[in-house]
Design a protein around this ligand. Structure first.
Ligand SMILES: C[S@@+](CC[C@H](N)C(=O)[O-])C[C@H]1O[C@@H](n2cnc3c(N)ncnc32)[C@H](O)[C@@H]1O
Length: 211
């Protein structure tokens, strides 16, 4: 038996309106991940582990890479040392608190080849063809207009470069099929993938490099 209060029409309408508003916020909110909840970003997500990122991204000494949306730097601090003293990792985030956090972590570990950039991923402040590789882990789905982000990613990629996207089943998740379609529309072809549609790392190359 429902509680007598719940049977009153006014209360039921209020509950329904509340549920719709909560759903709209859950699925529609595209505010950047709050720095106050940063501790969760230090956890390795199933399938999106550092070793799986290595096998899909394949960082090599001397490369110049860009990480978009590094958060607190879980991946940045793992990838940058692999690029060596001749390589460089640029990290780009819209929130200065995230960039400061990454740089503090780098300083503690003696990592000197990370450069922070505060910018919106929809307008990358880099010249065409700058990077050997670019990656985003649980970031693309959080940024409005992901197709613009991918177009910018393709623009700043050097010939023969690669883009790696990692997504996880959270409220900003991009199902793999959706990403594949977006990538296709941006002139990217799939070169490798680890995981399922709910948690995956996928590597793409510009189609021009496939020919
Ligand atoms: C969920 S966190 C992911 C952090 C990290 N990649 C990880 O896997 O732990 C998403 C990151 O994207 C950043 N971000 C959100 N919108 C952005 C935008 N428009 N341009 C650049 N970065 C953005 C957030 O500030 C945050 O650092």
């Amino acid at each position: 038996m429902p509680h007598p209060v719940l049977t009153k029409p006014g209360v039921r309408w209020a509950l329904a309106a509340g549920a719709v508003a909560a759903g709209a916020w859950w699925f529609g909110d595209q505010a950047p991940y709050p720095y106050s909840q940063r501790r969760l970003l230090d956890l390795q997500l199933p399938c999106l582990t550092s070793s799986n990122l290595d096998s899909v991204l394949r960082p090599r000494p001397g490369e110049r890479m860009l990480e978009v949306g590094p958060g607190t730097g879980l991946q940045s601090l793992h990838v940058a040392p692999q690029l060596g003293s001749d390589g460089r990792l640029d990290v780009l985030d819209i929130q200065p608190e995230m960039l400061d956090h990454v740089m503090r972590g780098a300083q503690r570990r003696g990592i000197t080849n990370i450069t922070p950039n505060r910018a919106d991923a929809r307008e990358l402040p880099f010249a065409d063809g700058t990077f050997d590789a670019l990656y985003l882990v649980t970031a693309l789905g959080e940024i409005p207009e992901p197709e613009r982000v991918l177009a910018e990613a393709v623009r700043v990629l050097a010939p023969g470069g690669r883009i790696v996207v990692g997504e996880f089943f959270d409220r900003h998740w991009i199902p793999f099929g959706t990403l594949h379609r977006l990538a296709d529309g941006s002139g990217l072809h799939l070169a490798g993938r680890h995981g399922s549609t709910f948690a995956y790392l996928a590597r793409f190359h510009p189609c021009s490099a496939a020919a």
